[in-house]
Design a protein around this ligand. Structure first.
Ligand code: XMP
Length: 471
């Protein structure tokens, strides 16, 4: 039997080329996540419960990438995470949160904490505007039993705008009246939206962010292929999600292909990423089923043990090289998922034909990850775990198995605390831009013209710092 060799990121290097790129700022890192979604940077955060909830997704989108909200929670919680991202930066919030005038200050505080929102329009039926309650109204009130009716700014004193108000008119009203929120109403004083000063400022300050056509941040969310996956997909769509990512370890399976067809039939406008796969045939079958993006990676992840448990997998560089020609032929972007340890791996993945990379472990140690923060021997860490690890399997909402019935394909780990996501992204982008200048690549697709060479163990040793004591 002929057994081909397959390669991983560490087995290769890229050969430097004569470069006309004068500065790292002359390169363009824009790319595609799916057929119809563009990003300004090729970074996607993994749909793992120690990596991506709303805070990570917001941080990634603000930097020009995208986060994929994990599915290891009930549908309502996942949809609410999506909503939090979509509401983060929105010139017009079309369905602002409301609270009843008869609610108490205590109930207001509880709702505030639940929804991560410090002010509400006051309405008893969700339609007719009765007033507004903001942080300013509650700051000097200490009795939690106080009715909101007594402390809100009532209808008669409200400054409001029409639904078709322009951003500059809204900004003028906000500033002239020294207010931060402008409710939008129709002629019957029914709620039609809300504009906030903070959102106007955010939107004008960050051209780098990944935004939809209404200026809201982009976000993705994961769905499975069994049980309530279609119901979940519909709820996420209603919450405003921009892309659904199939979350299944072996994406080249009839279950996955069937689920893609069903989702695409039910939600034809929704962008769907299929995976994970590692072969050209896998990509062809996913594309035929209707995906808009293909996710590649069987077992390269930092917390994965699939290869050790099952004996199956393909080293990640070869997996990308297997799949990229098919993706390029059909114009379907490729997401290289897992195994990124440093910025060189990102550069190699893109040069091999990936359009974006998905990262878990490298982002799980950041401030914005939902993983538990711990202190061990005086150092700070965060907990990261594989979604097929023992504890993840046991904590699934629908878990029926006992621990001895579970065959884990992932581990639980602690990762060093790495600070804010922004800093990690900045290091990765610095490495990418520098790499692009070595390869005379002005764009990510130019990187694909670079030549790979295989290296030996001594080459690998030489690549790392050596013959000194690292400080
Ligand atoms: P990194 O290397 O970025 O990889 O941490 C993240 C990717 O790993 C996959 N993943 C798993 N794979 N068992 C596996 O074999 C698991 O328990 C597991 N959990 C996550 C997933 O594709 C993720 O994006």
């Amino acid at each position: 039997m002929y057994i081909p060799t397959a390669l991983s990121y560490d087995d290769v290097l890229l050969v430097p080329k004569k470069s006309d790129i004068k500065s790292r700022h002359d390169v363009e890192t824009g790319t595609k996540l799916t057929r119809n979604i563009s990003l300004k940077i090729p970074l996607v955060s993994a749909n793992m419960d120690t990596v991506t909830e709303n805070e990570m997704a917001i941080a990634l989108a603000l930097e020009g990438g995208i986060g994929i909200i994990h599915r290891f929670c009930d549908i309502a919680k996942q949809a609410s995470e999506v909503r939090k991202v979509k509401r983060k930066q929105n010139i017009i919030i079309s369905k602002p949160f409301t609270i009843s005038a008869s609610a108490t200050l205590g109930e207001f505080k509880e709702k505030s904490a639940d929804l991560g929102c410090s002010s509400f329009l006051v309405s008893d039926n969700g339609l007719d505007l009765l007033g507004i309650i903001t942080r300013r109204d509650v700051v000097f009130c200490s009795d939690d039993n106080t009715s909101l009716k007594a402390i809100m700014t009532p209808k008669e004193k409200l400054i409001v705008g029409p639904i078709d108000i322009s951003t500059s008119e809204a900004q003028k009203l906000l500033r002239e009246n020294k207010i931060e929120k402008l409710p939008l109403v129709d002629s019957n004083f029914q709620i039609k939206g809300l504009i906030t000063e903070k959102d106007i400022m955010r939107n004008s300050n960050n051209n780098q962010a990944s935004k939809d056509s209404s200026g809201r941040l982009l976000v993705g969310a994961a769905v499975g292929v069994r049980g309530d996956y279609l119901e979940r997909a519909v709820a996420l769509t209603e919450a405003g999600v921009d892309v659904l990512v199939l979350d299944i370890a072996h994406g080249h399976s009839s279950n996955a292909l069937e689920a893609i067809k069903i989702i695409k039939r039910a939600l034809p406008q929704m962008e769907v990423i299929g995976g994970n796969i590692a072969t050209a045939q896998g990509a062809l079958d996913l594309i035929e089923a209707g995906v808009d993006g293909v996710k590649v990676g069987i077992g390269p992840g930092s917390i994965c043990t699939t290869r050790l448990t099952t004996g199956f997998g393909v080293p990640q560089l070869s997996a990308i090289l297997n799949v990229a020609p098919v993706c390029q032929k059909y114009g379907v972007p490729l997401i290289a998922d897992g195994g990124i340890k440093q910025s060189a791996d990102l550069v190699k993945a893109l040069a091999a034909g990936a359009d974006t990379v998905m990262m878990g472990g490298q982002l799980s140690g950041t401030t914005e990850s939902p993983g538990l923060a711990i202190n061990y021997k005086g150092r700070q860490y965060k907990i990261s775990r594989g979604m097929a690890s023992l504890t993840a399997a046991l904590s699934r909402p629908d878990s029926k198995e006992k621990h001895h019935q579970i065959t884990p394909e992932g581990i639980e780990a602690r990762v060093p605390y790495r600070g804010p996501v922004k800093d990690v992204i900045s290091r990765y982008l610095g490495g990418l831009k520098s790499g692009m200048s070595y390869g005379n690549a002005r764009t990510i697709s130019d990187l694909r013209d670079c030549q790979f060479i295989r290296i030996t163990n001594s080459g690998m040793r030489e690549s790392d710092s050596h013959d000194n004591e690292v400080l």
